[in-house]
Design a binder for this molecule. Structure first.
Ligand code: ZN
Ligand code: ZN
Length: 627
């Protein structure tokens, strides 16, 4: 016996019209009035109805599956022609087909014309609006449904909840939650998973977590949703703990949970855990999934191992724009400018269209390389060749391109002219450019904006003071210091962390409690002595504390990243690069210190601060002293 096989869409369509043609012939030969359409209820209709209805249903399914709007519309025409438009099941299928093809209005027309609606009709229509981005309409339909007294199921509630998630409509979600409680549906897996999704997306992570913990049973989707929820809300450690729990109950890994958990490792810069996840991924055969692969690229790039990121990238055969973006962004963050540019060209050669995210990376590379003309060219190309309108990030990158190249006035004008309000980070970047190029006049303008947007961020005072220090305006440095003292702004305490033998060691500025702290301080003193031979002096102007010069020197000498580095030198094998994370921007003194340390110790030092990566090797930093 021949094995049965599913017809392709085109085969279906071809067969349908062929059979319809034959049937039409048979009508003609059987009716008394040849050529007139068949009348439901008459003998000839009864004969053909069953076969015709089943063919139409099959065809509608096929059109829905293949998102074939033209074929679907032809089917609809046929349905009307043979008078089947009042059939509830057929109408439901039409709604589904139109919704899959993105034609919500057509779906809605069918829905509105239905003389009798089943529950499925409501659910399909609600789902259709949600999928096509009209969450408001979904909610409206649910209200209508209640007014008409139609019965709802757990699928209705979860469908409407998905609409709430899309709109982050937490108030409506809470009402639906109450509704589900009243109908005793709140612990249903579909409803609870959907509730969890809305709360997580609206940053009500505690509510999401409570729902998860109260669920009597959970599917793989529920587990992955909760892990993803933690990642979305920057609770990376919680995501890892939950993943461990999922492992202990033997839950099978899927691409959603794996990409979330790798992304959590990336954000924690937890290389060891991340590599373990990589092994799990290889074991589960998920390595070629685009989302898993791009989060692995993100992991290795964020942990400072760009080579490994590239290995993951190369191993995926079918690369889409998500994957290219992950790689180009990795290159760009590591100041591997040539590699980023080559990848940008190559992706286009492969027929992949760059999107907004690609352009952010490419423009930031132009900034690094000081390519003003090329930056403008890409900025225009976005609109003209790829029909993308530049968003706030693109303007920010472009301002950076200009600022870094010393075109401070142009950068300022771009920020003032653009169709959005400039963000704090944009003014901050302009202020950095002013420091590098010694433009105190525009630095003051940028600082004024910064003080207004972020009155409590002491880091901005530091940036301005550094600009004055760079131009040796010591009176102004003193004035900025006084301004900081009088303002409400509080300086966040510097904190760095380093992973050694599976353990994260955290160092605060002036750390006292680490078990090996005495040894660390003495080793640091030795290192500073060696640096003095290379003409290194502690630059106290980078410190804004209102204290004696001596105390200031001490504070600077004991900045957290210096302590973390010393601990790394003491504890890691001599060939291993030292990777440090920092909660604030690295200061100018630590930056010089790290450059010299990389030279004296012949070690690769990678520091990720709040702004960027600094890759120190043999006395130079990848940022080109711009941060
Ligand atoms: Zn420092
Ligand atoms: Zn640097």
């Amino acid at each position: 016996m021949k094995p049965s096989r599913k017809c392709s869409y085109s085969e279906h369509f071809h067969n349908f019209f062929r059979s319809f043609h034959c049937r039409k012939l048979s009508f003609t030969s059987n009716t008394t009035n040849p050529g007139t359409p068949p009348v439901p209820g008459k003998a000839n209709w009864v004969y053909t109805e069953a076969t015709q209805v089943s063919t139409l249903r099959e065809l509608l399914q096929s059109c829905a599956r293949n998102r074939a709007a033209t074929g679907g519309k032809a089917c609809h025409g046929q349905i009307v022609r043979v008078g089947l438009q009042a059939d509830t099941l057929i109408s439901n299928m039409l709604i589904n087909m139109y919704s899959k093809c993105g034609l919500v209005e057509c779906a809605r027309n069918v829905f509105d014309e239905m003389p009798v609606r089943s529950l499925i009709s409501w659910n399909t229509m609600i789902g259709s609006c949600t999928q096509n981005g009209d969450g408001g309409e979904s909610l409206g339909l649910f209200v209508c449904m209640q007014r008409e007294g139609a019965r709802f199921s757990e699928f209705t509630i979860s469908g409407v909840l998905c609409a709430c998630a899309a709109k982050c409509a937490v108030l409506e979600c809470k009402q639906l939650h109450a509704f589900a409680l009243k109908a005793a549906m709140d612990s249903n897996m579909f409803v609870a998973t959907a509730l969890l999704g809305v709360y997580a997306k609206s940053s009500f992570i505690e509510d999401a977590s409570r729902i998860f913990e109260c669920m009597p049973e959970r599917s793989a989707v529920t587990w992955s949703s909760m892990i993803a929820a933690y990642v979305q809300n920057d609770l990376y450690e919680e995501a890892l703990v939950l993943f461990q729990r999922a492992q202990t109950i033997g839950l099978e890994n899927n691409q959603f949970s794996m990409s979330s958990v790798v992304s959590a490792c990336a954000n924690l810069a937890a290389l060891i855990e991340g590599s373990q996840m990589h092994a799990v991924i290889l074991k589960s055969g998920l390595e070629s999934n685009i989302f898993v692969a791009s989060s692995l690229i993100e992991l290795y790039a964020k942990c400072g191992i760009i080579r490994e990121a590239y290995t993951v990238f190369s191993s995926v055969e079918e690369k889409n724009v998500v994957l290219w973006n992950a790689m180009i962004s990795g290159f760009s963050k590591h100041a591997c400018c040539i590699e980023a540019m080559i990848s940008f060209e190559k992706m286009q050669q492969m027929g992949i269209c760059p999107n907004e995210i690609t352009y952010v990376s490419v423009l930031s590379v132009c900034g690094h390389m000081g390519l003003v003309e090329k930056g403008w060219r890409y900025f225009d190309m976005m609109r003209k060749e790829h029909n993308l309108s530049p968003n706030v990030l693109h303007y920010s990158c472009m301002a950076d391109v200009l600022g870094r190249a010393g075109l401070i006035c142009e950068a300022r004008h771009l920020l003032e002219r653009m169709p959005f309000d400039a963000t704090a980070s944009m003014w901050g970047s302009l202020l950095s450019s002013c420091r590098i190029h010694g433009n105190t006049e525009i630095a003051e303008v940028a600082a004024r904006h910064l003080f207004e947007i972020e009155p409590n961020n002491a880091g901005n005072h530091v940036l301005l003071s550094n600009t004055y220090a760079a131009t040796k305006k010591w009176d102004e440095v003193a004035r900025t210091r006084k301004l900081l003292k009088d303002s409400e702004a509080k300086k966040e305490r510097g904190k760095s962390w380093i992973e050694v033998k599976n353990k994260v060691h955290i160092f605060m500025v002036g750390e006292r409690s680490h078990p090996r702290i005495a040894k660390i301080y003495s080793r640091l003193e030795d290192l500073l002595e060696e640096m003095k031979k290379l003409d290194y002096k502690v630059c106290t102007e980078y410190d804004l504390h209102d204290v004696e010069e001596i105390r200031k020197q001490e504070l600077l000498r004991h900045h957290s990243e210096k302590l973390a580095l010393t601990f790394g030198l003491m504890s890691l094998p001599s060939c291993a690069p030292i990777r440090i994370m920092k909660n604030l921007r690295i200061c100018g003194d630590c930056h010089t210190f790290m450059k010299l340390a990389s030279k004296i110790t012949a070690r690769e030092i990678i520091i990720r601060d709040t702004n960027r990566f600094h890759h120190f090797q043999n006395g130079v930093c990848s940022c080109g002293d711009f941060w």
